[in-house]
Ligand binder design. Structure first.
Ligand code: LMR
Length: 395
């Protein structure tokens, strides 16, 4: 049987991660996978996470199972973090999942259960694994225009035109903030227009929010998701704690299904727990427990927020520095959009051949679609990247 297994396509982000590890050059720069790095190139454990882990080690008395939906205190804390007071708690079904990817996968599973003939519309481009999972699950999917590579901004006219052709009951996958891979995000006015369109055409929003706190701030980054959840009859939300709590390997995320309460929310909650049971049974608890300990303890929460804010403003400074350096070296405003973008990523607008040259000649690893991880830079490596990019584009 194994000999009949088809060859699987390689995930380009993970492949790049491997290539970087195997590169013996000392001066190499990793701008591939979306992992935060401090100025020393380390991915630190956040202070509040370390403190919560210590307390947990001292106080945890059992490793017995928790619940199919995950710990209720984690689900409550995540609903509060993502949705604030946009909707009453009773309107949000929620389960813990293995990371944000687990939430995305379970969200598509729920779509299959509830509306098997729905098409899932995804932004072009989107995180490669969205499309890969949809393909793997045999869920119908179509791209909608999202990014205008010429301006580095959202192609909002194209987006609305494409979504206007979606059929009632179709699902629209949106990035809550910090769009991956482009870094180009909807304005508040655009979010409002999207909500109007969703409701007019009876479309179901599914929001992937994996970078809350990395863009304009914890509350600001939740603007879109809160608006959609409050205004649309039904909303699916896949939230990740990997980045904003830095608990990548603990696999910590949540899937929410928001409706107007009553029987539908109860049914959604039961379905989400059922899907957990079918796919992996109990969700991982360690990371989720750290997150709920932090979010329910005033001092830990304040410290976590302060550290997250340092990370966010550090990325903004790097964006400014990179855009300025590229402006100087290329003598053009071609790369100004980098300073306007938010979150971990921007797409440089280079061809995959040019990205190959960056990697082979300069030891700079970005994804072939020209996505770079801003958080992989520091004030010392920004000039190196800018010089290499200017050389590659002939500036
Ligand atoms: C990324 O886009 O680099 C991250 O979300 C990590 C991953 O799993 O691809």
């Amino acid at each position: 049987m194994f000999s009949a297994l088809p060859d699987q396509p390689e995930d380009k982000i993970l492949k790049l991660m491997q290539m970087f590890r195997e590169d013996p050059r000392e001066q190499k720069i990793d701008l591939g996978v979306g992992v935060y790095k401090d100025p020393d190139g380390k991915t630190p454990i956040m202070r509040a996470v370390k403190a919560a882990e210590k307390t947990l080690w001292e106080t945890e008395t059992t490793k017995s199972y928790v619940a199919l939906a995950g710990a209720p205190e984690f689900n409550d804390a995540m609903v509060a973090l993502v949705l604030g007071d946009a909707v009453p708690r009773a309107e949000a079904a929620c389960v813990a999942t293995p990371g944000g990817t687990g939430a995305v996968r379970q969200g598509f599973d729920l779509v299959k259960l509830g509306r098997a003939d729905a098409t899932v519309w995804y932004s072009s481009p989107t995180w490669g694994n969205h499309v890969s999972i949809l393909k793997h699950m045999n869920v119908a999917h179509k791209p909608y225009r999202y990014f205008d590579a010429a301006t580095g901004e959202v192609d909002f006219v194209g987006m609305i035109a494409d979504l206007a052709t979606a059929l009632p009951g179709d699902v629209v996958l949106l990035h809550g903030c910090c769009h991956n891979p482009t870094g180009a995000n909807l304005t508040h006015a655009q979010w409002r227009q999207v909500v109007e369109l969703l409701n007019e055409r009876d479309l179901i929003p599914m929001i992937d929010i994996a970078y809350q706190g990395f863009g304009d701030g914890l509350e600001e980054d939740a603007f879109g998701v809160r608006l959609v959840a409050a205004e649309c009859p039904e909303t699916l939300i896949a939230a990740s704690c990997s980045k904003n709590f830095g608990v990548y390997r603990e696999r910590t995320g949540a899937l929410m299904a928001v409706s107007r309460g009553g029987a539908d929310t109860v049914r959604a909650q039961k379905s989400l727990a059922y899907l957990n049971r079918q796919n992996f049974s109990f969700p991982p608890d360690h990371g989720a427990r750290l997150v709920s300990m932090i979010l329910t303890d005033e001092a830990l929460k304040a410290d976590w927020m302060a550290e997250l804010e340092e990370v966010r403003t550090g990325m903004l400074a790097l964006r400014e520095q990179l855009a300025a350096e590229l402006k100087r070296l290329t003598n053009s405003d071609r790369f100004d959009f980098i300073a306007r973008h938010r979150g971990m990523f921007s797409m440089l607008g280079l061809s995959s051949e040019e990205m190959d040259v960056l990697r082979e000649s300069h030891g700079i690893y970005g994804v072939s679609d020209s996505r770079i991880n801003i958080a992989g830079l520091n004030s010392r490596t920004v000039p190196l990247l800018a010089k290499a990019v200017a050389e590659v584009v002939g500036g």
